[in-house]
Design a protein around this ligand. Sequence first.
Ligand SMILES: NC(=O)C1=CN([C@@H]2O[C@H](COP(=O)(O)OP(=O)(O)OC[C@H]3O[C@@H](n4cnc5c(N)ncnc54)[C@H](OP(=O)(O)O)[C@@H]3O)[C@@H](O)[C@H]2O)C=CC1
Ligand SMILES: CC(C)CCC[C@@H](C)[C@H]1CC[C@H]2[C@@H]3C(=O)C=C4C[C@@H](O)CC[C@]4(C)[C@H]3CC[C@]12C
Length: 263
Amino acid sequence: MLRGKRVIVTGASSGIGEQMAYHLARMEAHLLLTARTEAKLQKVVERCLELGAASARYISGSMDSPSLPEEVLSEAENTWGGLDMLILNHIGQSSFSYFSGDVGHVRKLMDINFVSYVALATAALPMLKESEGSIVVVSSIAGRIAGPFTAPYSATKFALDGFFSSLRQELIIEKVNVSITLCILGYINTESAMRAVSHVIPDTPAPKEECALEIIRGGALRWREVHYPPRTVSSMLLLRSFAPELLDSIVRGSYRVENVRRT
Ligand SMILES: NC(=O)C1=CN([C@@H]2O[C@H](COP(=O)(O)OP(=O)(O)OC[C@H]3O[C@@H](n4cnc5c(N)ncnc54)[C@H](OP(=O)(O)O)[C@@H]3O)[C@@H](O)[C@H]2O)C=CC1
Ligand SMILES: CC(C)CCC[C@@H](C)[C@H]1CC[C@H]2[C@@H]3C(=O)C=C4C[C@@H](O)CC[C@]4(C)[C@H]3CC[C@]12C
């Protein structure tokens, strides 16, 4: 379904975004990748071309820059003359620890994890309307259920749900055929996630390669939501809906809180 499609992936220099780029390359899509680190993006682009991408290029920059979203979408317009899928995946760095009281960090994380998603989707919508394309928003269980040690991060992910679920309703009312897929992910074995939480969370993380493929599948099939790993996420959401306090206490009890780093 994705052969020859024009796809933007943000946060594609590592982790789940990098794996999505490789799957899309094998599917022979056209790729435009973004992240801050040019050296890593160069390597990912090279690998994508080896794997069979119809074309692959990148733009580097930080998503707290207000001009970057427009730049990225102009690049798509100029090189492809359109766009079929926008995959919003990048996140700014945040620590897994007690809320430090740093309001500046919350503001910056909101800009990177939320406002830039809105700006990218806004700039992409005219082309996506034309192609009847898709927006894929990568979120987290922490964007549906608030656990400890992720207050700023959780807030940015809850915000994505509010904005994109409302926008989805408006597109349907206006009979605009652009799909919005929200991805609710559990713990995935990316380097940055394991570095942040493996000393506190004893669970085995799910594989990033399969996670990346499920996100792409859900986007291509225009699903409303992707849950990955499906059983863990769905059972947590179900428990949350009828016994929220029980779930909260299970979550608190399953963390090694004595290992949380104090900043
Ligand atoms: N891994 C997990 O357990 C979970 C992950 N998720 C979600 O999955 C998605 C991917 O996570 P994961 O792969 O683990 O994360 P990674 O840390 O591996 O990747 C994050 C990506 O974002 C880029 N990035 C970081 N800061 C900025 C910035 N300021 N501007 C632009 N790009 C930036 C990074 O590249 P660079 O540093 O070069 O800019 C990198 O490409 C996120 O949306 C996350 O919330 C959800 C639930 C669980
Ligand atoms: C019911 C729940 C609130 C929690 C249970 C599942 C736990 C173990 C899962 C669900 C979502 C996961 C976090 C996540 O979404 C993204 C990141 C950002 C990354 O940079 C560092 C790791 C971090 C904090 C993940 C840590 C592990 C979390 C809390």
